[in-house]
Design a protein around this ligand. Structure first.
Ligand code: FCB
Length: 368
């Protein structure tokens, strides 16, 4: 992974932006941002900002293998095209293999607990690795801890189980899934990591669940073999005793703005002595000035950490389908009118690109 070209980028995931993924285990995104056909124009907008040089996106398993064992050559070609479209604009692509949504057949059959889950995921990875030009980096799994919590404990996301007794089994399957695809992705010559979700936890009472949450949620997947650590960081949660306190932050998700948490996360991740990429960091808000100050504060926190960080990806390039919350939260550097698919580049996008440019120029002058 390059040490002389810091990756300044933005991220999306296929189900949340592409549209038309009717064979997935999720419903609700519909046409989303129609990014499956508008990606060249979206990449033009990104490149036109003048400071960003990287894009993280995911491939959608349910469109590549909508029926088990049948691989769709057009779907694979589409993602190859996306990699090429990035390269043509001097934007480094980072490709996520699995970002939450799964083929319906996979989830209905028993998801990650089915005996064929890992071999099937491996076969899917082999098809993707063979079809795509080499990206800058691969992400094998996005936020396995969030998936387990939302899908198997809270019961909010497919497969909508409230079975904490299954959670550890699913987590260990996901670790096995990562290890299975690691050599296949590495064989392309690109580095591989997991995008880990880190949450800051605070105690509002002398004794609370916060340290347990930190141990179970933040550290479970951290020791997996990898070439770098992806870090997705957004906010801090408060516990009083066994209770998690309601979210009262100023964002559309109710999340608190707590940049110190990013510094904390980077210190923890830094202890693994691997390069780090901040693979997601962002805010849902209609107040675009707040978005700009959020980004500036988190970039400053990243700097203060002193960690070996090689990239920063804002979530998200576009307003999109935010899972359980639907289309309401506005995370985008680029606003989307979902009725017309019109794009509106927000001032925060220009502000962020300028921050990236200043940092790149500063590094160049310092001879780095
Ligand atoms: C992360 C997810 C991403 C997006 C942001 C807001 O947990 O990886 O898909 O939903 O949160």
């Amino acid at each position: 992974m390059s040490t002389d070209r810091f990756l300044w980028g933005a991220a999306t995931s296929a189900y949340q932006v592409e549209g038309g993924h009717f064979r997935a285990d999720w419903v609700g995104a519909g046409d989303a941002c129609a990014h499956d056909r508008l990606f060249p124009a979206d990449l033009d907008l990104m490149a036109g900002l003048g400071g960003l040089n990287a894009y993280r996106f995911s491939v959608e398993w349910s469109s590549i293998e909508g029926v088990r064992g049948e691989f769709d050559a057009d779907a694979l070609a589409h993602y190859g095209e996306m990699v090429r479209a990035c390269n043509a604009r001097a934007i480094s692509p980072i490709v996520t293999l699995w970002h939450f949504s799964l083929p319906k057949w996979f989830t209905e059959r028993g998801g990650w607990l089915h005996p064929d889950a890992i071999p099937d995921f491996l076969r899917f990875a082999e098809h993707v690795a063979a079809a795509l030009p080499r990206p800058e980096a691969w992400i094998s799994l996005n936020e396995p801890n969030v998936y387990v919590l939302a899908g198997y404990v809270a019961g909010l996301w497919p497969p909508r189980e409230k079975r904490p007794d299954l959670a550890l089994r699913v987590a260990s399957r996901l670790r096995a899934a990562h290890r299975a695809v690691l050599p296949v992705l590495r064989a392309t010559g690109a580095p591989v990591g997991i995008a880990h979700h880190y949450a800051a936890f605070a105690s509002a009472s002398a004794l609370s669940l916060a340290p347990v949450a930190d141990l179970v949620f933040n550290r479970h997947f951290l020791r997996e073999p990898a070439d770098f650590l992806g870090l997705n960081y957004y906010t801090r949660f408060h516990f009083a005793g066994l209770q998690m306190l309601p979210w009262r932050g100023p964002t559309q998700m109710g999340w608190e703005i707590y940049p110190e948490g990013l510094e904390e996360a980077l210190r923890l991740f830094g202890s693994r002595r691997l390069p780090i990429i901040v693979t997601e960091n962002g805010i849902a808000t209609e107040d675009d000035d707040l978005r700009t100050s959020y980004i500036a504060a988190h970039i400053a926190a990243m700097r203060r950490s002193g960690a070996d960080v090689r990239g920063y990806f804002y979530w998200s390039l576009l307003d999109n389908f935010e899972w359980s919350e639907g289309f309401r939260p506005k995370f985008g550097l680029i606003g989307v009118d979902f009725a017309t698919q019109a794009r509106a580049v927000r001032p925060s996008a220009h502000a962020y690109a300028q921050m990236a440019l200043n940092a790149s120029n500063g590094a160049r002058q310092a001879g780095q």
